[in-house]
Design a protein around this ligand. Structure first.
Ligand code: FCA
Length: 324
């Protein structure tokens, strides 16, 4: 009799226990959900979720308030951790504190979180690009094409669309400017155009001001921290009569923003992009957080990924090479 009671109790409890355990949830929080790069990251994170058997919770976090609310939301859903590209890297301490309070594993992607003194937070694992090196690839790509076109180095204006409050943004554009200077472009030709946000519109506005102030340059090269920044400069140039034959821009990313330019019937000033890997950044980070939370396997403290120059001419081949 007693055995039967225990058995029926166990049977009654079983469905509940299964539900309570449920699928493991991992969050993926990004600062600009509308940007193709982040759409790609999410797509590859979804692939990791499918392969490893967890549920991905995608949340756009355009500001600090939404970021903190998203972390609370993940905790309420009993997620085990999250990957984040924060809207402001200085939110690092608050994000770390919230994650610890809720016992959530946290890893950053793309933009490394910093403390109050601007130092990277060592106990938050990070995957990002090697910003300065990739910036150098941008600069070297521009130099090669300047030469191919027979432009004189001292006659070329260099537009650095700048977002220096983000360390990786600064590293990338400084790398590009340094490579151009090392190749013989006079330092005085480098014009900074600070953008208020990291989207095309802000870059367009920043570039317009710089072009107005520096009308003496008839030929330009342009770059910024991402494809949107380079594209904003190209569009601003077009509006002022600086067309494809006088403008050379190389972005960073290689997502749809760049591909749309490459598929236009006639080439624009958007010459190329350094293709980086949304597959690694999306798939691997999501998988790492899942394995950390469920198997205790902590991700490496810092993983830096590389890129490869992609142009209109070689895009199909290069994308295949990167597994995209
Ligand atoms: C930063 C930029 C994004 C993308 C990413 C890899 O977050 O804002 O556009 O380049 O790094």
């Amino acid at each position: 009799m007693q055995r039967r009671t225990i058995l029926s109790l166990a049977l009654a409890a079983a469905p509940f226990a299964a539900r309570a355990a449920g699928p493991v949830k991992v969050g993926f929080l990004v600062k600009q959900a509308e940007e193709p790069w982040f759409q790609d990251e999410w797509r590859f994170a979804e692939a990791a979720a499918k392969d490893k058997g967890f549920t991905l919770v995608k949340i756009g976090v355009p500001n600090g308030e939404k970021t903190m609310a998203a972390i609370d939301n993940l905790a309420a859903q009993k997620a085990v951790g999250f990957v984040i590209c924060a809207p402001d890297v200085k939110l690092g301490v608050a994000i770390n504190r919230a994650a610890k309070r809720h016992k959530l594993k946290v890893m950053s992607v793309d933009d490394q979180l910093v403390d109050g003194a601007g130092k990277p937070i060592a106990d938050i694992p990070h995957m990002g690009i090697s910003g300065y090196e990739i910036g150098k690839q941008v600069g070297q790509g521009l130099l090669a094409e300047i030469k191919a076109r027979g432009w004189k180095l001292d006659e070329v204006g260099v537009l650095r669309v700048a977002y220096d409050q983000l360390p990786t943004g600064r590293d990338r554009t400084m790398g590009a400017a340094d490579a151009l200077k090392a190749g013989g472009v006079p330092a005085g030709n480098v014009i900074d155009a600070p953008q208020a946000k990291t989207d095309t519109e802000s870059a367009f506005n920043a570039a317009n001001i710089a072009f107005t102030k520096n009308a003496k340059f008839k030929k330009w090269v342009a770059f910024g921290l991402n494809d949107e920044a380079a594209l904003g400069a190209v569009r601003a140039g077009e509006g002022r009569g600086i067309k494809q034959d006088a403008m050379l821009a190389i972005g960073i990313g290689g997502s749809q923003t760049a591909l749309n330019e490459f598929t236009k019937p006639t080439p624009t000033g958007f010459f190329g992009t350094v293709l980086i890997s949304p597959k690694r950044h999306g798939y691997e980070t999501a998988a790492m957080v899942f394995e950390w939370a469920t198997q205790g396997k902590a991700p490496p403290p810092v993983t830096l990924t590389s890129g490869i120059l992609m142009t209109r001419a070689n895009q199909a081949e290069i994308r295949k090479q990167m597994g995209l």
